[in-house]
Design a protein around this ligand. Structure first.
Ligand code: FAD
Length: 342
């Protein structure tokens, strides 16, 4: 998303950007996402939930998001909902196909994969981090990388990081942080378009254990702590035990029972007994949260800017909206690359 946003902003400023896209369709993980672009309602809460982040970047995201959402809407991006369903956050849910069509109009110049930095023109890196590279996940995130479910679009294998480092950029803090979700464990069959519908977001109502019976107490509303913990357990697995009485509990628009049912239908190991149900889950790595170190102009190295999941320092130590970061810093990067004030 960040690259398409940067291109839209560059075009608004009169430039003629070229977008490189390695897959046969633009949109990346944004196109697989729920499309909820959000921020915390309260800046202090954002700081507390993402304590390792760079305060300057976090403040920019917090202060710019609402007007950037209005800009996106003014381009024609279709809004589905004006609420996030979470009282701690505010934002907008877009239809992701419509959002892609808005940001990638037919006359946008799209070229195939970028393999090395082009000479003579500023470069905005927006390759979506390295969530789809088991090799880089093993190096930076977890020795259990072979077992995680890759819940990201397949193109995001760290190309931006590699190109940025080659150009003289450095890595930021929190490279081991990922946004992940508990997902039905194999032999469940999960197609990318089912990543959202099959997520198992009820650790708060469950007893979560690893294969040795060690318990993890869920500490965050996003349950990112649980999913990150799972990613580092043997086999990247955990077992969610839910008492019968908790199956009717609701998490946003779904009940716990609904989520268990879709896991069972997909083929995950699910055991029911008279007192409840146990679901075997696997960590689904969705986006890496660490990346290149950038300043508040998205500057990473001379003539090289990074945004979206290629840039770290925003959600470090916790979780914040990756789509919001892509939107705000995509625009920031385009303006900085063109020498415009941000
Ligand atoms: C199932 C799911 C649900 C999600 N739900 C939400 C949500 O509701 N809210 C939220 O805030 N976030 C959500 N996210 C996360 C969000 O989608 C990402 O944080 C966001 O898309 C990151 O934006 P990006 O521009 O960095 O990467 P992407 O949107 O993935 O775009 C990166 C693009 O770069 C391309 N690319 C990579 N390497 C190259 C190369 N060398 N040359 C050319 N092109 C290349 C990729 O193919 C891709 O198209 C979700 C993600 C998933 C998978």
């Amino acid at each position: 998303m960040a690259g398409l946003v940067a291109a839209a902003e560059a075009r608004r400023l009169g430039a003629q950007p070229v977008v490189f896209e390695k897959l046969d369709r633009p949109g990346g993980s944004m196109r697989l996402s729920s499309g909820v672009v959000w921020r915390h309602r309260d800046f202090e809460r954002f700081r507390v939930e993402c304590p390792g982040g760079d305060e300057r970047l976090q403040r920019l995201l917090f202060e710019r998001l609402d007007s950037d959402l209005a800009w996106l809407e003014s381009l024609g991006a279709p809004v589905v909902e004006r609420t996030t369903g979470n009282e701690l956050t505010t934002g907008v849910r877009f239809d992701v196909e419509g959002l892609t069509a808005t940001l990638a109009p037919d006359d946008l110049r799209l070229e195939a994969a970028l393999t090395e930095a082009p000479d003579g023109a500023p470069l905005v890196l927006a390759t979506g981090g390295f969530g789809a590279s088991r090799e880089l996940l093993r190096e930076h995130v977890t020795p259990e990388a072979d077992h995680v479910l890759i819940r990201a679009a397949p193109g995001s294998v760290g190309d931006g990081m590699r190109l940025g480092l080659a150009a003289g950029a450095s890595l930021g803090d929190g490279l081991a942080d990922v946004y992940a979700r508990a997902m039905p464990a194999p032999p469940a069959r999960i197609r990318p378009e089912e990543f959202v519908a099959l997520s198992q977001l009820y650790a708060r109502h469950a007893r979560v254990t690893n294969n040795s019976g060690e318990v993890h107490e869920t500490a965050t509303w996003s349950e990112v702590d649980t999913a990150q913990w799972m990613a580092r357990q043997p086999g990247a697995r955990a077992w969610f035990r839910v008492d019968s009485g908790a199956l009717a509990e609701r998490v946003r628009e779904r009940s716990v029972g609904d989520m268990v049912a879709v896991a069972e239908a997909a083929g995950a190991p699910v055991e029911r007994d008279g007192e409840g149900v146990t679901v075997e889950c696997v960590a689904g790595v969705t986006t890496t949260l660490g990346g290149l170190r950038v300043d508040e102009h998205a500057w990473a190295a001379p003539a090289v800017f990074a945004c979206g999941a290629d840039a770290g320092g925003i959600a470090t130590g916790g979780y914040a909206s990756g789509l919001a970061a892509a939107l705000v810093f995509g625009r920031v990067a385009a303006r900085a690359a063109l020498g415009e004030a941000s």
